[in-house]
Design a protein around this ligand. Structure first.
Ligand code: CO
Length: 459
């Protein structure tokens, strides 16, 4: 029996443990080894990597992708895409979504895992369609969550709808690490009985469930599991690759992943882990087991963001109150799954409700837009009193919000003119305007400097 392994060290492990601060130069020397490990795929792009490259690392995210592709020609490169939100926090019109998907594939992506934070499939259909047109693998995603309105039957129904879009696999995405071994087994079994495409399982070790859950999901027939090389595993990250490979083998499952090569990869990352622990980038808090998330349903990334946010405001002592407020905010919003961008939005709102001393005194534009329906259909009913307080007299939107948006690609091309050296630049600008412009500016200065230097050398 074969179980495929997706290694997440470059994307989700990096994002969940160290807020995606690992620069390309840090993992460049190990890429050739990662390519030989025998992974089904290497998750290396999307999620927060794009934003982090521009905002913090002074890297061109597209160039990062091309370099990874050049160094890993034999392993499928995988990215995570938030459907109509792409990698940002707002809805983009279809022309942007299509060009973004096309350029991602052209620059090296083989598999695009596409999700919508609200499980609203009208928000993933354009990205799925374009992925298929580009000849890449489209993996449709179910955002797993617990609530009075989510259960195995509703997830199976959703999986059937996603399958009908033509996806080549379906991923159960448990971003909060709350999927238990029993629930995982039952859900995967139900999915295997009702859909034909392979099932991938993505979870986090936050609550200590991850290893058991992956094992049970494999026993129920899961075809692909996500794991992280051991020194970047556990806690808010994924269960460890080597541990899963070792255990699965005893049950008769072959992963094709080489334990010897995993050892090399792990040895390579160990000194970097010590470095980020020492400089504070990796907070030891996120490495432990936090069974509290079973109650609060806080995804790994969200928990580390909340800790960072409260620390910056000198209010880390109020973490427990904010964690208790989070499920209340979620209920008010109609039980959205806590996944980016909803996880950040709900987290920030919960923190604001606690720190301001009054619920919904301060409300972000994003929360307001969500209540207006600009993110898609909320899974459940939004608390009418809260909606009234936030919207006042404003009317919510009806239908698919992206259909109301004007095309943006041509406008952005015109605006940028020569500043954009490629369509990739145009997309960086559309996704993160301020960060992209700052990046282009620095890039231009670097080029000028290099040019002057060259001239001096020649004369
Ligand atoms: Co994740």
């Amino acid at each position: 029996m074969k179980v495929n392994i997706t290694e997440t060290v470059l994307r989700d492990a990096n994002q969940s443990l160290i807020a995606t601060r690992m620069p390309f130069s840090e993992f460049e020397p190990i890429l050739g080894t990662l390519d030989k490990a025998g992974y089904y795929s290497l998750e290396c792009w999307g999620g927060a990597t794009f934003d982090s490259c521009l905002r913090y690392l002074d890297e061109d995210p597209w160039e990062r992708l091309r370099k990874i592709k050049a160094a890993c020609p034999n392993t499928k490169l995988q990215m995570l895409l938030r459907g109509q939100n792409l990698l940002g926090y707002r809805h983009y019109p279809d022309d942007v979504v299509r060009l973004f998907v096309r350029k991602s594939v052209e620059n090296g992506i083989d598999i695009i895992r596409i999700f919508d934070a609200l499980n609203d499939i009208t928000n993933i259909k354009t990205a799925v369609d374009e992925t298929l047109r580009c000849g890449a693998v489209a993996s449709g995603t179910i955002c797993y969550t617990l609530s009075p309105i989510h259960n195995p039957e509703t997830f199976v129904k959703l999986a059937r709808q996603i399958e009908s879009l033509g996806v080549q696999s379906i991923c159960v995405k448990d971003m909060a690490g709350i999927l238990t071994p029993k629930e995982g087994y039952d859900l995967v079994k139900a999915l295997k009985e009702n859909v034909k495409v392979p099932i991938a399982v993505h979870t986090h070790s936050t609550a200590g469930l991850g290893f058991m859950t992956l094992l049970e999901c494999v026993k129920a027939g899961a075809d692909i599991i996500d794991t992280a090389i051991s020194c970047f595993s556990g806690g808010t990250s994924q269960p460890a690759t080597e541990t899963m490979v070792y255990s699965l083998r005893q049950y008769g499952y072959e992963t094709g992943v080489s334990p010897k090569i995993c050892k090399k990869i792990n040895d390579y990352f160990k000194p970097y882990k010590t470095e980020v622990l020492n400089d504070g980038t990796l907070n030891p808090l996120v490495l432990g087991t936090q069974a509290d998330v079973l109650h609060y349903q806080i995804p790994g990334g969200m928990l580390s963001n909340l800790v960072a946010q409260l620390k910056a405001q000198n209010a880390l002592d109020r973490l427990d109150e904010v964690l208790a407020e989070t499920p209340r905010v979620r209920k008010d919003l109609g039980y959205p799954p806590l996944v980016t961008p909803l996880s950040q939005m709900v987290g920030v709102q919960a923190a604001s409700n606690v720190l301001a001393g009054e619920r919904y005194k301060n409300v972000s534009t994003e929360i307001k837009n969500y209540i207006k329906g600009e993110y898609g259909k909320a899974p459940g009913e939004i608390n009418p009193e809260v909606a009234e307080k936030i919207l006042g007299g404003e009317k919510p939107v009806t239908g698919r919000f992206a259909d109301t948006l004007e095309p943006e690609v041509e406008k952005a091309r015109e605006y940028l003119g020569d500043t954009a050296e490629s369509d990739e630049d145009v997309l960086s600008y559309i996704a993160f305007p301020a960060q992209a412009e700052a990046f282009f500016e620095k890039r231009g200065q670097k080029k000028k400097y290099t040019f002057k230097y060259d001239v001096k050398e020649i004369t």
